[in-house]
Design a protein. Structure first.
Ligand SMILES: Cc1cc2nc3c(=O)[nH]c(=O)nc-3n(C[C@H](O)[C@H](O)[C@H](O)COP(=O)(O)O)c2cc1C
Length: 214
């Protein structure tokens, strides 16, 4: 238990890496262990694409930066100018990562979803319940479990990784660059390499976020 606590608390998001290449076997092992994460219906609709080719990662990073710059240039961004500029500055740092993993998933339909989908057009209650299910999609929760597992494995291997959702803005471009089939959707990228920084991060005390119901 102490080892597990050390692993969980010691992991940090890493955004600066050494140039050193990450061996394929480590990347493959991390993805393999990630697929042991709990997932809805054991459907395993996830797919992983590991990009090690610098030129491809550059193209992805450029696409993300370009969409981010476009959003930042819209007049509505002025209201949050400082935050938007900070976001814009950090949008594509993952171009320097020795490896970048695209995490994708297909849609998952449980038996409940199938029933509700047939009824939603004429039954408001079914439509409402389907809305509840769609507010917390099983496929995305499953992919998140895999990504969490992967980050812990990378940390255990002495690697440093970061979970990146901001690239989702360039979903269309990324899926085209990586030739992703149309039934799979980008969830996030995970950038990984040997860490070249040791950031510190804290958490709120558990009593601030926990409630027991007896
Ligand atoms: C769903 C999710 C999305 C995230 N997206 C980004 C991101 O787009 N860019 C980034 O630099 N970090 C991103 N992170 C990393 C968080 O900023 C980081 O986990 C948080 O600040 C806590 O720091 P720690 O991971 O070092 O404990 C994301 C993390 C999660 C779980």
């Amino acid at each position: 238990m102490r080892d597990l606590e050390g692993l969980i608390k010691g992991r940090r998001s890493i955004r600066q890496w050494k140039k050193q290449e990450v061996p394929d076997e480590l990347l493959k092992k991390a993805v393999e262990l990630a697929t042991w994460a709990p997932n809805g219906g054991n459907y395993q609709g996830w797919r992983f694409i590991i990009v090690k080719k610098k030129e491809i990662n550059e193209r992805i990073a450029n696409a993300v930066q370009s969409v981010t710059d476009k959003i930042a240039s819209w007049p509505e961004a002025v209201t949050w100018q400082e935050d938007v500029q900070r976001y814009q500055k950090n949008a594509s740092f993952f171009r320097n990562a020795p490896a970048c993993i695209g995490v994708f998933t297909g849609e998952y339909q449980s038996p409940m979803d199938k029933v509700l989908i047939v009824r939603e057009s004429f039954d408001p209650e079914a439509k409402e319940i389907l809305g509840f299910r769609r507010s917390a999609p099983t496929a995305i929760q499953s992919a998140a479990a895999a990504v969490t597992t992967m980050l812990l494995v990378f940390y255990g291997m002495g690697l440093g990784a970061v979970w990146l959702v901001s690239p989702i803005q360039a979903k269309k471009e990324i899926e085209a660059i990586l030739k992703v089939p149309s039934n799979k959707n980008l969830i996030c990228l995970v950038a990984v390499g040997y860490p070249d920084e040791s950031p510190q991060r804290n958490r709120k005390p558990v009593d601030q976020v926990l409630e027991f119901v007896y």
